[in-house]
Design a protein around this ligand. Structure first.
Ligand code: SF4
Length: 277
């Protein structure tokens, strides 16, 4: 794949990659509902068919909800395919490192798929659920010039809309610049062992159940702060109109008041390896 096209596809946050993945599994039905209840109802209806391909179907179990990128159902066998914009070399299909079967870099992607497989399996206990990842393949060369231009990404308010050029529908598997790799054995490894999270480790199904129950009861889980808080997604300005999860966690864990943030925190020190300590 030409480097510039490859970078252009990744720069659009994976939206083009997602559309390309659908073209690699043509003839599917898109679950268009944004509302969870409607998406679940649409999915349930389509899943009654013996053979079906779905894009963005929704599944819920034990208080957890997932939207699957691409799902292929053949009788009682369900394949879930998670599309990632992370590049991969299919000629060296190794997810591990010298010491581990799953490298630190691939672990979040595989844990994501493991969670999806767990929820889909719980929602359809009589079926066999398998998992695969679909990613841009660095080893392939695009056979179509301007491939990324066939997928126009437009922002509509907070939503992203992708318009697919009709020419893209003529793409064949030979034109595919994505690779689909079964990760079922790795996902099973994750589901059969404990996963680490800040403050402990536990089996993923048990964790998902506990955290979903806490969410349903609006119960606060005691925070375990650390250097991971440097990338906190729940940070707002202190004293602003929005609540800031970051500040609430650090106040609770350190018994701090608002004034204690005035001088900054250890997280603000650039390139400091002792943050966790
Ligand atoms: S500050 Fe953010 S990252 Fe840290 S424990 Fe709280 S929610 Fe998690």
């Amino acid at each position: 794949m030409a480097d510039n096209e490859f970078m252009a596809m990744l720069a659009d946050g994976g939206f083009q990659v997602g559309e390309l993945a659908k073209l690699m599994h043509p003839g599917g039905h898109e679950v268009t509902a944004k509302n969870n209840a409607d998406a679940l109802a649409q999915t349930t209806q389509w899943m009654q068919q013996d053979t079906v391909t779905l894009y963005e179907p929704a599944f819920a179990a034990d208080g957890c909800l997932v939207r699957v990128d691409v799902l292929v159902k053949r009788g009682d066998v369900i394949e879930i395919i998670e599309v990632k914009a992370k590049s991969f070399d299919s000629t060296q299909p190794d997810f591990g490192s010298a010491r581990k079967s799953i490298s630190t870099g691939m672990l979040p992607y595989l844990q994501d798929v493991a969670f999806q497989k767990h929820v889909v399996q719980r929602a359809h206990p009589a079926c066999t659920v398998t998992a695969a990842l679909m990613m841009p393949d660095k080893s392939k060369v695009a056979t179509v010039n301007g491939l990324n231009q066939l997928f126009k990404v437009q922002r509509q308010g907070r939503q992203m809309q992708v318009t697919v050029d009709p020419a893209a529908r003529a793409l064949t598997d030979a034109d595919a610049v994505l690779c689909e790799i079964s990760v079922d054995h790795l996902v099973n490894e994750i589901l059969s062992g404990e996963i680490a999270y800040p403050g402990g480790q536990a089996m993923l199904p048990a964790l998902a159940k506990d955290w979903a129950a806490a969410y349903a009861q609006d119960k606060r889980i005691a925070p375990t702060i650390g250097m991971h808080c440097g990338g906190c997604e729940f940070k707002a300005s202190l004293g602003g109109p929005l609540r800031s999860g970051f500040h609430e966690c650090w106040m609770q864990a350190n018994h701090w008041g608002a004034d204690d943030f005035a001088g900054g925190t250890v997280l603000d020190i650039w390139n400091f390896r002792g943050k966790q300590k």
